[in-house]
Design a protein around this ligand. Structure first.
Ligand SMILES: [Fe+2]
Ligand SMILES: [Fe+2]
Length: 487
Protein backbone atom coordinates (compact mmCIF):
# COMPACT_ATOMS: atom_id res chain seq x y z
CA UNK A 1 0.00 0.00 0.00
CA UNK A 2 0.91 3.65 -0.28
CA UNK A 3 2.58 3.96 3.12
CA UNK A 4 4.92 1.07 2.39
CA UNK A 5 5.91 2.38 -1.03
CA UNK A 6 9.46 3.72 -1.32
CA UNK A 7 10.86 6.11 -3.91
CA UNK A 8 14.45 5.86 -5.05
CA UNK A 9 16.69 6.83 -2.10
CA UNK A 10 13.71 8.44 -0.43
CA UNK A 11 13.35 11.20 -3.03
CA UNK A 12 10.09 13.17 -2.88
CA UNK A 13 7.48 11.24 -4.86
CA UNK A 14 5.42 12.48 -7.77
CA UNK A 15 7.57 15.48 -8.72
CA UNK A 16 6.91 16.88 -5.27
CA UNK A 17 3.28 17.66 -6.07
CA UNK A 18 1.56 15.29 -3.66
CA UNK A 19 1.97 12.36 -1.30
CA UNK A 20 1.27 8.90 -2.65
CA UNK A 21 -1.60 8.61 -0.14
CA UNK A 22 -3.32 11.63 -1.71
CA UNK A 23 -2.52 10.55 -5.24
CA UNK A 24 -4.14 7.12 -4.98
CA UNK A 25 -7.55 8.74 -4.42
CA UNK A 26 -9.57 8.80 -7.67
CA UNK A 27 -10.79 12.40 -7.27
CA UNK A 28 -13.04 14.23 -9.73
CA UNK A 29 -13.97 13.07 -13.22
CA UNK A 30 -13.11 15.43 -16.08
CA UNK A 31 -16.79 16.23 -16.38
CA UNK A 32 -17.18 17.10 -12.70
CA UNK A 33 -13.93 19.05 -12.78
CA UNK A 34 -15.02 21.11 -15.78
CA UNK A 35 -18.37 21.83 -14.16
CA UNK A 36 -16.54 23.25 -11.16
CA UNK A 37 -14.07 25.22 -13.27
CA UNK A 38 -17.00 26.82 -15.04
CA UNK A 39 -18.39 27.98 -11.73
CA UNK A 40 -15.07 29.55 -10.72
CA UNK A 41 -14.91 31.11 -14.14
CA UNK A 42 -18.39 32.54 -13.75
CA UNK A 43 -17.52 33.91 -10.30
CA UNK A 44 -14.38 35.64 -11.61
CA UNK A 45 -16.29 37.05 -14.60
CA UNK A 46 -18.94 38.51 -12.32
CA UNK A 47 -16.36 39.85 -9.82
CA UNK A 48 -14.55 41.50 -12.71
CA UNK A 49 -17.81 43.02 -13.90
CA UNK A 50 -18.77 44.34 -10.47
CA UNK A 51 -15.35 45.72 -9.58
CA UNK A 52 -15.08 47.48 -12.94
CA UNK A 53 -18.60 48.89 -13.00
CA UNK A 54 -18.28 50.40 -9.53
CA UNK A 55 -15.01 52.31 -10.08
CA UNK A 56 -16.51 55.40 -11.70
CA UNK A 57 -19.09 56.40 -9.12
CA UNK A 58 -17.16 55.17 -6.07
CA UNK A 59 -16.04 58.37 -4.34
CA UNK A 60 -13.18 57.00 -2.22
CA UNK A 61 -9.87 57.17 -4.06
CA UNK A 62 -8.30 54.21 -2.22
CA UNK A 63 -11.27 52.05 -3.21
CA UNK A 64 -11.15 53.17 -6.83
CA UNK A 65 -7.52 52.12 -7.10
CA UNK A 66 -8.10 48.82 -5.27
CA UNK A 67 -11.10 48.00 -7.48
CA UNK A 68 -8.89 48.74 -10.48
CA UNK A 69 -6.32 46.21 -9.28
CA UNK A 70 -8.84 43.58 -8.21
CA UNK A 71 -10.84 43.76 -11.43
CA UNK A 72 -7.63 43.29 -13.41
CA UNK A 73 -6.60 40.27 -11.28
CA UNK A 74 -10.02 38.71 -11.85
CA UNK A 75 -9.69 39.28 -15.60
CA UNK A 76 -6.39 37.36 -15.60
CA UNK A 77 -7.89 34.43 -13.69
CA UNK A 78 -10.86 34.35 -16.05
CA UNK A 79 -8.39 34.02 -18.92
CA UNK A 80 -6.48 31.20 -17.21
CA UNK A 81 -9.68 29.27 -16.45
CA UNK A 82 -10.95 29.70 -20.02
CA UNK A 83 -7.70 28.29 -21.33
CA UNK A 84 -7.90 25.34 -18.96
CA UNK A 85 -11.52 24.49 -19.79
CA UNK A 86 -10.58 24.54 -23.47
CA UNK A 87 -8.00 21.83 -22.75
CA UNK A 88 -10.57 19.46 -21.27
CA UNK A 89 -12.52 17.90 -24.17
CA UNK A 90 -15.07 20.65 -23.84
CA UNK A 91 -16.01 22.13 -27.20
CA UNK A 92 -18.38 23.91 -27.28
CA UNK A 93 -17.04 25.57 -24.19
CA UNK A 94 -20.33 26.95 -22.87
CA UNK A 95 -18.40 29.56 -20.92
CA UNK A 96 -21.02 32.23 -21.47
CA UNK A 97 -23.76 30.16 -19.80
CA UNK A 98 -24.91 30.92 -16.28
CA UNK A 99 -23.96 27.80 -14.29
CA UNK A 100 -26.55 28.35 -11.58
CA UNK A 101 -29.49 30.76 -11.17
CA UNK A 102 -28.81 31.25 -7.46
CA UNK A 103 -25.24 32.31 -8.26
CA UNK A 104 -26.61 34.75 -10.79
CA UNK A 105 -28.86 36.35 -8.17
CA UNK A 106 -25.93 36.41 -5.73
CA UNK A 107 -23.69 38.44 -8.05
CA UNK A 108 -26.53 40.61 -9.40
CA UNK A 109 -27.27 41.62 -5.82
CA UNK A 110 -23.68 42.67 -5.12
CA UNK A 111 -23.43 44.54 -8.42
CA UNK A 112 -26.52 46.52 -7.41
CA UNK A 113 -25.45 47.12 -3.79
CA UNK A 114 -26.80 50.60 -3.04
CA UNK A 115 -23.91 51.79 -0.87
CA UNK A 116 -20.14 51.42 -0.64
CA UNK A 117 -20.45 49.58 2.68
CA UNK A 118 -22.82 46.96 1.28
CA UNK A 119 -20.63 46.60 -1.79
CA UNK A 120 -17.54 45.99 0.36
CA UNK A 121 -19.21 43.45 2.63
CA UNK A 122 -20.84 41.66 -0.32
CA UNK A 123 -17.56 41.46 -2.21
CA UNK A 124 -15.02 40.79 0.51
CA UNK A 125 -17.02 38.98 3.18
CA UNK A 126 -19.24 36.88 0.92
CA UNK A 127 -18.13 36.54 -2.70
CA UNK A 128 -14.34 36.37 -2.44
CA UNK A 129 -14.26 34.02 0.61
CA UNK A 130 -16.81 31.70 -1.04
CA UNK A 131 -14.75 31.54 -4.21
CA UNK A 132 -11.55 30.99 -2.26
CA UNK A 133 -13.16 28.18 -0.27
CA UNK A 134 -14.34 26.52 -3.49
CA UNK A 135 -10.81 26.63 -4.90
CA UNK A 136 -9.48 25.14 -1.66
CA UNK A 137 -12.03 22.32 -1.93
CA UNK A 138 -10.87 21.64 -5.48
CA UNK A 139 -7.44 20.90 -4.05
CA UNK A 140 -8.99 18.45 -1.57
CA UNK A 141 -11.31 16.74 -4.02
CA UNK A 142 -9.43 16.31 -7.27
CA UNK A 143 -6.59 13.95 -8.09
CA UNK A 144 -3.40 15.99 -7.62
CA UNK A 145 -1.54 14.41 -10.52
CA UNK A 146 -4.33 13.75 -12.99
CA UNK A 147 -5.69 17.29 -12.55
CA UNK A 148 -2.40 19.07 -11.79
CA UNK A 149 -2.92 21.78 -14.47
CA UNK A 150 -6.23 22.86 -12.84
CA UNK A 151 -4.65 22.88 -9.40
CA UNK A 152 -1.87 25.12 -10.60
CA UNK A 153 -4.43 27.66 -11.81
CA UNK A 154 -6.40 27.41 -8.57
CA UNK A 155 -3.24 27.92 -6.55
CA UNK A 156 -2.20 31.09 -8.38
CA UNK A 157 -5.74 32.41 -8.13
CA UNK A 158 -5.80 31.80 -4.38
CA UNK A 159 -2.58 33.79 -3.89
CA UNK A 160 -4.26 36.86 -5.33
CA UNK A 161 -7.62 36.18 -3.72
CA UNK A 162 -5.74 36.26 -0.40
CA UNK A 163 -4.42 39.74 -1.25
CA UNK A 164 -7.92 40.87 -2.19
CA UNK A 165 -9.32 39.47 1.05
CA UNK A 166 -6.65 41.18 3.09
CA UNK A 167 -7.43 44.54 1.54
CA UNK A 168 -11.17 43.93 1.82
CA UNK A 169 -11.04 43.02 5.50
CA UNK A 170 -9.06 46.14 6.32
CA UNK A 171 -11.37 48.33 4.24
CA UNK A 172 -14.40 46.90 6.02
CA UNK A 173 -12.79 47.46 9.43
CA UNK A 174 -12.25 51.12 8.47
CA UNK A 175 -15.57 51.84 6.82
CA UNK A 176 -18.31 49.53 8.10
CA UNK A 177 -19.61 50.00 11.64
CA UNK A 178 -22.07 47.87 13.63
CA UNK A 179 -25.05 50.04 12.68
CA UNK A 180 -24.34 49.67 8.98
CA UNK A 181 -23.84 45.95 9.39
CA UNK A 182 -27.09 45.54 11.30
CA UNK A 183 -28.99 47.46 8.62
CA UNK A 184 -27.78 45.10 5.90
CA UNK A 185 -28.46 41.89 7.83
CA UNK A 186 -31.49 40.75 5.80
CA UNK A 187 -29.48 41.28 2.63
CA UNK A 188 -26.52 39.28 3.94
CA UNK A 189 -28.94 36.46 4.78
CA UNK A 190 -30.15 36.58 1.19
CA UNK A 191 -26.55 36.30 -0.06
CA UNK A 192 -25.95 33.31 2.25
CA UNK A 193 -29.12 31.69 0.99
CA UNK A 194 -27.97 32.11 -2.62
CA UNK A 195 -24.64 30.47 -1.81
CA UNK A 196 -26.30 27.61 0.03
CA UNK A 197 -28.61 26.89 -2.91
CA UNK A 198 -25.78 27.11 -5.40
CA UNK A 199 -23.73 24.71 -3.34
CA UNK A 200 -26.61 22.20 -3.04
CA UNK A 201 -27.20 22.39 -6.79
CA UNK A 202 -23.47 21.94 -7.43
CA UNK A 203 -23.36 18.78 -5.34
CA UNK A 204 -26.47 17.45 -7.07
CA UNK A 205 -24.88 18.17 -10.42
CA UNK A 206 -21.82 16.11 -9.57
CA UNK A 207 -23.73 13.15 -8.19
CA UNK A 208 -26.18 13.11 -11.12
CA UNK A 209 -23.46 13.68 -13.69
CA UNK A 210 -25.40 16.19 -15.77
CA UNK A 211 -25.33 19.99 -15.67
CA UNK A 212 -28.53 19.95 -13.66
CA UNK A 213 -30.50 16.83 -12.71
CA UNK A 214 -33.90 16.41 -14.40
CA UNK A 215 -36.33 18.89 -12.92
CA UNK A 216 -33.59 20.37 -10.74
CA UNK A 217 -32.99 23.35 -13.01
CA UNK A 218 -36.65 24.25 -12.88
CA UNK A 219 -36.86 23.70 -9.14
CA UNK A 220 -33.80 25.87 -8.44
CA UNK A 221 -35.11 28.56 -10.73
CA UNK A 222 -38.51 28.49 -9.10
CA UNK A 223 -36.95 28.61 -5.67
CA UNK A 224 -34.32 31.19 -6.57
CA UNK A 225 -34.18 33.61 -3.65
CA UNK A 226 -36.26 36.72 -4.00
CA UNK A 227 -34.14 39.60 -5.24
CA UNK A 228 -33.70 42.72 -3.13
CA UNK A 229 -31.31 45.27 -4.62
CA UNK A 230 -31.35 43.66 -8.05
CA UNK A 231 -35.14 43.50 -8.36
CA UNK A 232 -34.75 46.17 -11.04
CA UNK A 233 -31.82 45.60 -13.45
CA UNK A 234 -28.58 47.36 -12.49
CA UNK A 235 -27.88 50.62 -14.31
CA UNK A 236 -24.23 51.74 -14.62
CA UNK A 237 -23.64 55.20 -13.13
CA UNK A 238 -21.33 57.08 -15.54
CA UNK A 239 -20.89 60.19 -13.38
CA UNK A 240 -17.48 60.13 -11.68
CA UNK A 241 -17.48 60.84 -7.96
CA UNK A 242 -14.66 61.79 -5.60
CA UNK A 243 -14.17 61.89 -1.85
CA UNK A 244 -13.82 65.12 0.15
CA UNK A 245 -10.07 65.44 -0.45
CA UNK A 246 -10.87 66.28 -4.05
CA UNK A 247 -12.29 69.80 -4.24
CA UNK A 248 -13.30 72.11 -7.08
CA UNK A 249 -13.72 69.29 -9.59
CA UNK A 250 -14.19 71.44 -12.69
CA UNK A 251 -11.11 73.59 -12.03
CA UNK A 252 -8.96 74.26 -15.09
CA UNK A 253 -7.02 77.08 -13.52
CA UNK A 254 -3.45 75.79 -14.02
CA UNK A 255 -2.23 74.66 -17.41
CA UNK A 256 0.24 71.91 -16.54
CA UNK A 257 1.24 71.18 -20.15
CA UNK A 258 2.11 74.80 -21.02
CA UNK A 259 4.37 74.89 -17.94
CA UNK A 260 6.13 71.63 -18.77
CA UNK A 261 6.80 72.75 -22.35
CA UNK A 262 8.09 76.20 -21.36
CA UNK A 263 11.78 76.05 -22.32
CA UNK A 264 12.60 78.92 -19.96
CA UNK A 265 11.71 76.88 -16.86
CA UNK A 266 14.16 74.37 -15.36
CA UNK A 267 13.35 70.70 -14.79
CA UNK A 268 12.83 70.51 -11.02
CA UNK A 269 9.66 72.64 -10.66
CA UNK A 270 8.33 70.89 -13.75
CA UNK A 271 8.31 67.62 -11.83
CA UNK A 272 5.51 69.06 -9.67
CA UNK A 273 3.36 69.57 -12.76
CA UNK A 274 4.20 66.05 -13.94
CA UNK A 275 3.12 64.65 -10.57
CA UNK A 276 -0.07 66.66 -10.87
CA UNK A 277 -0.68 65.15 -14.30
CA UNK A 278 -0.02 61.67 -12.93
CA UNK A 279 -2.44 61.89 -10.01
CA UNK A 280 -5.01 63.55 -12.28
CA UNK A 281 -4.96 60.28 -14.26
CA UNK A 282 -7.42 58.82 -11.78
CA UNK A 283 -9.90 60.16 -14.34
CA UNK A 284 -8.75 57.48 -16.83
CA UNK A 285 -10.01 54.46 -14.81
CA UNK A 286 -13.24 56.42 -14.25
CA UNK A 287 -13.60 56.72 -18.00
CA UNK A 288 -12.28 53.29 -19.07
CA UNK A 289 -14.56 51.50 -16.60
CA UNK A 290 -17.51 52.70 -18.66
CA UNK A 291 -15.97 51.53 -21.94
CA UNK A 292 -15.35 48.07 -20.51
CA UNK A 293 -18.73 47.79 -18.83
CA UNK A 294 -20.76 49.09 -21.76
CA UNK A 295 -18.95 47.24 -24.57
CA UNK A 296 -20.44 43.78 -24.91
CA UNK A 297 -19.66 40.71 -26.97
CA UNK A 298 -15.86 41.06 -27.37
CA UNK A 299 -13.40 38.16 -26.96
CA UNK A 300 -12.23 37.85 -23.35
CA UNK A 301 -8.77 39.03 -24.38
CA UNK A 302 -10.30 42.45 -25.03
CA UNK A 303 -11.60 42.73 -21.46
CA UNK A 304 -8.34 41.43 -20.03
CA UNK A 305 -6.23 43.92 -22.00
CA UNK A 306 -8.52 46.85 -21.30
CA UNK A 307 -8.56 45.97 -17.59
CA UNK A 308 -4.78 45.82 -17.59
CA UNK A 309 -4.66 49.30 -19.07
CA UNK A 310 -7.26 50.55 -16.59
CA UNK A 311 -5.11 49.23 -13.74
CA UNK A 312 -2.00 50.84 -15.25
CA UNK A 313 -3.75 54.20 -15.29
CA UNK A 314 -4.73 53.76 -11.64
CA UNK A 315 -1.05 53.02 -10.95
CA UNK A 316 -0.06 56.20 -12.75
CA UNK A 317 -2.34 58.15 -10.41
CA UNK A 318 -0.78 56.38 -7.43
CA UNK A 319 2.72 57.18 -8.74
CA UNK A 320 1.68 60.85 -8.68
CA UNK A 321 0.43 60.44 -5.13
CA UNK A 322 3.70 58.70 -4.14
CA UNK A 323 5.80 61.46 -5.73
CA UNK A 324 3.96 64.18 -3.82
CA UNK A 325 4.30 62.30 -0.55
CA UNK A 326 8.02 61.79 -1.18
CA UNK A 327 8.40 65.56 -1.55
CA UNK A 328 6.38 66.24 1.61
CA UNK A 329 3.62 67.94 -0.40
CA UNK A 330 -0.08 67.86 0.51
CA UNK A 331 -1.53 67.09 -2.92
CA UNK A 332 -5.05 67.95 -1.80
CA UNK A 333 -3.99 71.60 -2.15
CA UNK A 334 -3.94 71.04 -5.92
CA UNK A 335 -7.20 70.72 -7.80
CA UNK A 336 -7.47 67.18 -9.15
CA UNK A 337 -10.18 67.86 -11.70
CA UNK A 338 -12.63 65.27 -13.02
CA UNK A 339 -13.65 67.43 -15.95
CA UNK A 340 -12.25 65.01 -18.54
CA UNK A 341 -13.91 61.78 -17.32
CA UNK A 342 -17.11 63.65 -16.50
CA UNK A 343 -17.44 65.02 -20.02
CA UNK A 344 -16.43 61.85 -21.85
CA UNK A 345 -18.73 59.72 -19.72
CA UNK A 346 -21.74 62.00 -20.04
CA UNK A 347 -21.30 63.24 -23.64
CA UNK A 348 -19.70 60.38 -25.61
CA UNK A 349 -20.50 56.78 -26.55
CA UNK A 350 -18.11 54.01 -25.44
CA UNK A 351 -16.56 53.86 -28.93
CA UNK A 352 -16.12 57.65 -29.02
CA UNK A 353 -14.39 57.47 -25.64
CA UNK A 354 -12.09 54.72 -26.84
CA UNK A 355 -11.32 56.83 -29.92
CA UNK A 356 -10.33 59.79 -27.74
CA UNK A 357 -8.20 57.55 -25.55
CA UNK A 358 -6.36 56.16 -28.55
CA UNK A 359 -5.96 59.59 -30.12
CA UNK A 360 -4.32 60.87 -26.94
CA UNK A 361 -2.13 57.83 -26.40
CA UNK A 362 -0.68 57.61 -29.87
CA UNK A 363 0.23 61.30 -29.43
CA UNK A 364 2.31 60.34 -26.38
CA UNK A 365 4.61 58.24 -28.55
CA UNK A 366 6.25 61.25 -30.24
CA UNK A 367 9.56 62.78 -29.16
CA UNK A 368 7.69 65.42 -27.16
CA UNK A 369 5.49 62.92 -25.33
CA UNK A 370 6.51 60.34 -22.77
CA UNK A 371 10.19 60.40 -23.71
CA UNK A 372 10.33 64.11 -22.90
CA UNK A 373 8.67 63.57 -19.53
CA UNK A 374 11.21 60.86 -18.70
CA UNK A 375 14.07 63.18 -19.71
CA UNK A 376 12.63 65.83 -17.40
CA UNK A 377 12.48 63.26 -14.60
CA UNK A 378 16.15 62.45 -15.14
CA UNK A 379 17.16 66.11 -15.40
CA UNK A 380 15.30 66.98 -12.20
CA UNK A 381 17.89 65.29 -9.98
CA UNK A 382 15.07 63.44 -8.18
CA UNK A 383 15.70 59.71 -8.76
CA UNK A 384 12.08 58.76 -7.94
CA UNK A 385 10.86 61.06 -10.74
CA UNK A 386 13.03 59.22 -13.25
CA UNK A 387 11.58 55.89 -12.07
CA UNK A 388 8.00 57.15 -12.28
CA UNK A 389 8.38 58.53 -15.80
CA UNK A 390 10.44 55.56 -17.02
CA UNK A 391 7.67 53.08 -16.18
CA UNK A 392 4.91 55.46 -17.18
CA UNK A 393 6.52 55.65 -20.62
CA UNK A 394 6.83 51.85 -20.88
CA UNK A 395 3.17 51.46 -19.90
CA UNK A 396 2.08 53.96 -22.53
CA UNK A 397 3.96 52.09 -25.24
CA UNK A 398 1.95 49.03 -24.24
CA UNK A 399 -1.29 51.05 -24.30
CA UNK A 400 -0.61 52.32 -27.81
CA UNK A 401 -0.15 48.67 -28.84
CA UNK A 402 -3.42 47.67 -27.18
CA UNK A 403 -5.14 50.49 -29.05
CA UNK A 404 -3.77 49.13 -32.32
CA UNK A 405 -5.07 45.69 -31.44
CA UNK A 406 -8.56 46.54 -30.19
CA UNK A 407 -9.55 50.03 -31.28
CA UNK A 408 -8.19 50.47 -34.81
CA UNK A 409 -9.86 47.32 -36.26
CA UNK A 410 -13.24 48.65 -35.09
CA UNK A 411 -12.80 51.61 -37.45
CA UNK A 412 -11.27 49.66 -40.35
CA UNK A 413 -7.78 51.13 -40.50
CA UNK A 414 -5.20 53.39 -38.90
CA UNK A 415 -6.15 56.54 -40.78
CA UNK A 416 -9.89 56.12 -40.23
CA UNK A 417 -9.25 55.40 -36.57
CA UNK A 418 -7.13 58.49 -36.10
CA UNK A 419 -9.58 60.74 -37.98
CA UNK A 420 -12.42 59.41 -35.89
CA UNK A 421 -10.43 60.03 -32.71
CA UNK A 422 -9.74 63.58 -33.83
CA UNK A 423 -13.41 64.12 -34.60
CA UNK A 424 -14.57 62.70 -31.27
CA UNK A 425 -12.05 64.80 -29.38
CA UNK A 426 -13.21 67.99 -31.08
CA UNK A 427 -16.75 67.14 -29.93
CA UNK A 428 -15.49 67.95 -26.45
CA UNK A 429 -14.69 71.64 -26.99
CA UNK A 430 -13.28 73.60 -24.09
CA UNK A 431 -15.88 74.24 -21.39
CA UNK A 432 -13.65 76.67 -19.47
CA UNK A 433 -16.08 79.60 -19.65
CA UNK A 434 -19.20 77.43 -19.37
CA UNK A 435 -18.27 75.81 -16.06
CA UNK A 436 -17.23 79.22 -14.67
CA UNK A 437 -20.48 80.84 -15.80
CA UNK A 438 -22.50 78.00 -14.27
CA UNK A 439 -20.78 78.67 -10.97
CA UNK A 440 -19.13 75.21 -10.94
CA UNK A 441 -15.63 76.65 -10.44
CA UNK A 442 -13.75 79.92 -10.30
CA UNK A 443 -10.66 78.25 -11.79
CA UNK A 444 -8.65 79.17 -8.70
CA UNK A 445 -4.86 79.16 -9.26
CA UNK A 446 -3.61 76.42 -6.92
CA UNK A 447 -0.03 76.43 -8.24
CA UNK A 448 1.64 78.82 -5.75
CA UNK A 449 0.46 76.67 -2.81
CA UNK A 450 2.00 73.50 -4.25
CA UNK A 451 5.20 75.22 -5.38
CA UNK A 452 5.73 76.84 -1.95
CA UNK A 453 5.43 73.45 -0.24
CA UNK A 454 8.08 72.00 -2.56
CA UNK A 455 10.39 74.96 -1.95
CA UNK A 456 10.20 74.28 1.79
CA UNK A 457 11.23 70.67 1.18
CA UNK A 458 14.04 71.76 -1.12
CA UNK A 459 15.14 74.44 1.37
CA UNK A 460 14.99 77.26 -1.19
CA UNK A 461 13.18 80.55 -1.54
CA UNK A 462 10.42 80.43 -4.18
CA UNK A 463 11.55 81.89 -7.50
CA UNK A 464 9.14 84.82 -8.07
CA UNK A 465 9.02 84.12 -11.81
CA UNK A 466 7.88 80.53 -11.24
CA UNK A 467 5.65 81.39 -8.30
CA UNK A 468 3.68 83.81 -10.45
CA UNK A 469 2.80 81.20 -13.09
CA UNK A 470 -0.86 81.76 -13.92
CA UNK A 471 -1.55 80.27 -17.35
CA UNK A 472 -4.96 78.58 -17.36
CA UNK A 473 -6.67 76.28 -19.84
CA UNK A 474 -8.89 79.16 -21.00
CA UNK A 475 -7.28 79.66 -24.41
CA UNK A 476 -6.24 76.06 -24.88
CA UNK A 477 -7.21 74.52 -28.15
CA UNK A 478 -9.46 71.57 -27.51
CA UNK A 479 -6.92 69.08 -28.82
CA UNK A 480 -3.82 70.45 -27.09
CA UNK A 481 -4.34 67.76 -24.50
CA UNK A 482 -3.43 65.25 -27.20
CA UNK A 483 0.18 66.42 -26.85
CA UNK A 484 0.55 65.11 -23.33
CA UNK A 485 -2.86 64.70 -21.80
CA UNK A 486 -4.38 62.22 -19.45
CA UNK A 487 -3.84 58.52 -20.10
FE1 LIG B 1 -2.19 55.00 -20.88
FE1 LIG C 1 -1.26 56.81 -17.97
Amino acid sequence: MAHAYQTHRNLPPLAGLATMADAIQPGLSVEACVARLKRYHYAFVRLHEILTARITAEPIYELKTAFALHSYLCAEHVQALRNRVAEMREPPLGLEDVPDPALQVFFDEILAAPTTTELLVGLYEKAVPALDAALARHRDDTNPIADAPSLRICRFARLELADMLDFGRKAIASLVDDTAREAMRPWLELLDECLARASRAGRGQESHGSPLPPGEGLRVRENAPRRMHSAAPYVYDPVPKRDERFQDLFNQGVNAEAFIYDAAIEARPKTLMMLYKRIREIDVPEMMAGIIHQTRGKPWEYYRDMSRQLWDEARHAMLGEIGFVALGIDWTQARITHNWSFRLNTECTPLERHAVLYFIEQGLMTKTGKRYEWELGQASGIPLMATIQDYDWADEVLHAQLGREWYIPQLGGWKEALDYGDKCWSKILSNWAAVRDQGLTRHENWWPGIYRQACRTWGIEPDPRILSYATTYEDQRADLKSVTGSA
